[in-house]
Design a protein around this ligand. Structure first.
Ligand SMILES: N[C@@H](CCC(=O)N[C@@H](CS)C(=O)NCC(=O)O)C(=O)O
Length: 216
């Protein structure tokens, strides 16, 4: 199996950590949807990370689909909690964490891909407001939410939440620090100390996003 995408992508990183927690082995191919466009296109013409190739060369895209595929293929490795109440609470956190991730990516693209003179301040304000509101929701949920499968093993919601918080801390530090999301940050730090998170660390960008043509 091959996982294509950089660990700067929270979607790719959540897949790498989740598959490892499921006990699955794969080869990681760290190429960027921006700085390795031709190489990426040769593997997946749509150029979307994460892309995963199964051993029979079936191509899977979208982090949710990839993780759900493996969860359904063998329920014994599922990263979801078992009880209905925990499932509900974890799904609520997971959805909000995923939304926060999507909004943060929108903000990063608006700030880093668009030329300064084409940036749309009202849109930046809206998305910043959405990221802040989502973080406030998560800050109020994180302490009581069922995010752990075992003492040192996070479930699907816990993995995604911590990956997204680290992504925000790295890519929108001004918004992350201004918000003082202390509980989220404490949770993020405990997750990042786990062996699987250390095996798949959030990477630094090899180059600025907008250094090459977006689609030559
Ligand atoms: N919903 C998707 C989002 C994936 C996504 O936005 N990936 C980014 C990298 S972080 C990407 O491929 N961006 C390039 C593009 O969409 O053109 C998922 O969960 O995998």
């Amino acid at each position: 199996m091959k996982l294509i995408g950089m660990l700067t992508s929270p979607y790719t990183r959540r897949v790498a950590i989740s598959l490892t927690e499921m006990g699955l082995e794969f080869e990681h191919v760290p190429i960027s949807v921006f700085s390795h466009l031709a190489e990426f296109k040769a593997l997946n013409p749509v150029v979307r990370a994460p892309t995963l190739f199964l051993d029979d060369q079936t191509m899977l895209t979208d982090s949710h689909v990839i993780i759900e595929y493996f969860d359904r293929a063998d329920r014994s490795r599922s990263l979801w909690p078992e009880s209905d109440a925990d499932l509900r609470a974890a799904a609520s956190v997971l959805g909000m964490a995923q939304t926060t991730c999507d909004k943060t990516v929108q903000l990063v693209y608006e700030r880093e891909l668009r030329p300064a003179e084409k940036q749309f301040a009202d849109w930046i304000d809206r998305v910043t407001g959405q990221v802040n509101a989502a973080c406030e929701q998560l800050e109020s949920l994180v302490e009581d939410a069922p995010l752990w499968l075992e003492a040192d093993r996070l479930n699907m919601a816990g993995i995604t939440l911590s990956v997204v918080c680290t992504f925000m801390q790295n890519r929108i530090p001004d918004i992350w620090e201004r918000g003082s999301f202390d509980k989220l940050n404490a949770f993020r730090e405990s997750a990042e100390a786990l062996p699987t998170f250390r095996r798949w660390p959030h990477a630094s960008l090899a180059a600025p996003l907008a250094h090459a043509p977006l689609w030559p």
